[in-house]
Design a protein around this ligand. Structure first.
Ligand code: TRP
Length: 332
């Protein structure tokens, strides 16, 4: 049985990078795998969240999952906190995770900044909760971005530590599925910075909720360079903005970069941007509109999340009973 777990944090401003880097790939996996997709609200709490915004962002991610094409007949979508097993297993795994392993995590070092003493325990334990997310369902494969690779290696180490301690092959060691640089979307204002929800300039990203006119305007304004488009991918080196726009086109059109360059070699950006706008509006327009439609009826979104959580809970409770038994936790 091949099973996938992956998650997105409900922190607002879902954008093209989230779509091409995660959601679009997840949709493609649902034929081959048993899929569980979480809105990882407990992970979001590692940084302060305003309660109403957290609720709204949770529904927004759910709407994006659905609008992107995740099929709830085949996949469970739910928010992490609705399945208590995530927190329970995180504690059990925390008790077998050496501090030395956590101290190596580069994301903690980045996020904690200079004043490590002020960083929360949750931020430090973040990768242990991530291990719980994956192992609770005995997932075999985990689609993640490049930036989560180190966390996933830790998940494998923790799974191995559990199996060795109890002398069982209980947890499969989950395989990372890294979707390569084709899906690494950079800022429209600076081709060397990742497209980010927290960039001050809204023009730096295409939000999944942007309407067609806004998408077109942002692409028109996107930074470029003066040269025409090359025909050889090697000539995109040192041209980060050109490389980014070509990459976005390729990902949206499901084409290799070479094929895109072959089509636009020698063209000026004005012509290429027109084609990119048409394509982006074609692909993203309906997603944004479907999200807007779904979010008008939060009750319906909540019902879908409840269903997903029920399915996930059934599996989680079965596994937790087995895990508690292996550990020796008595349920008299
Ligand atoms: N840490 C991931 C991110 O920020 C989100 C996440 C939480 C996740 N739990 C997970 C991803 C489990 C994969 C598997 O992108």
């Amino acid at each position: 049985m091949k099973r996938i777990f992956s998650g997105v944090q409900p922190t607002g401003n879902l954008h093209l990078g989230n779509y091409l880097g995660a959601l679009k790939n997840w949709v493609g996996l649902q034929d081959e795998f048993d899929c569980l997709y979480g809105i990882v609200d407990l992970h979001a709490l590692t940084l302060p969240q305003e309660p109403d915004a957290l609720r709204a962002h949770t529904r927004e991610v759910a709407a994006a999952f659905l609008a992107a094409g995740i099929d709830t007949k085949r996949c469970a979508i739910f928010n992490q906190s609705a399945v208590p097993g995530h927190s329970q297993l995180a504690w059990l795994l925390a008790c077998m995770t050496p501090l030395g392993w956590l101290n190596r995590m580069t994301q903690f070092k980045d996020k904690a900044g200079k004043h490590k003493e002020n960083a929360g325990l949750g931020l430090y334990a973040y990768p242990v909760l991530m291990a719980a997310d994956v192992l609770l369902y005995k997932a075999t494969h985990v689609p993640v971005g490049e930036d989560q690779k180190q966390h996933l290696e830790l998940v494998r180490d923790i799974a191995g530590a559990f199996n060795r301690r109890y002398g069982v092959e209980y947890f499969p060691l989950p395989e990372p599925q890294i979707f390569g640089e084709a899906t690494r979307v950079m800022s429209l204002r600076d081709g060397t910075a990742k497209m980010s929800k927290s960039d001050n300039s809204d023009n730096s990203r295409i939000n999944l909720t942007d309407d067609r006119d806004t998408i077109a305007r942002k692409i028109r304004k996107a930074k470029t360079d003066p040269a025409p488009l090359p025909d050889d991918p090697k000539d995109l080196e040192g041209r980060p903005e050109a490389a980014n726009l070509i990459g976005i086109y390729a990902a949206l059109a499901d084409l290799p970069r070479d094929a895109v360059l072959a089509r636009f070699a020698g063209a000026q950006f004005s012509a290429f941007k027109e084609a990119l706008t048409a394509l982006a509006v074609d692909v993203l327009g309906p997603i944004g509109e479907e999200m807007a439609r779904l979010l008008k009826d939060p009750g319906a979104v909540d019902a879908i999340l409840r269903d997903g959580a029920e399915h996930a809970n059934a599996l989680a409770e079965k596994h937790l009973a087995e895990i508690d038994d292996l550990i020796g936790l008595l349920h008299a």
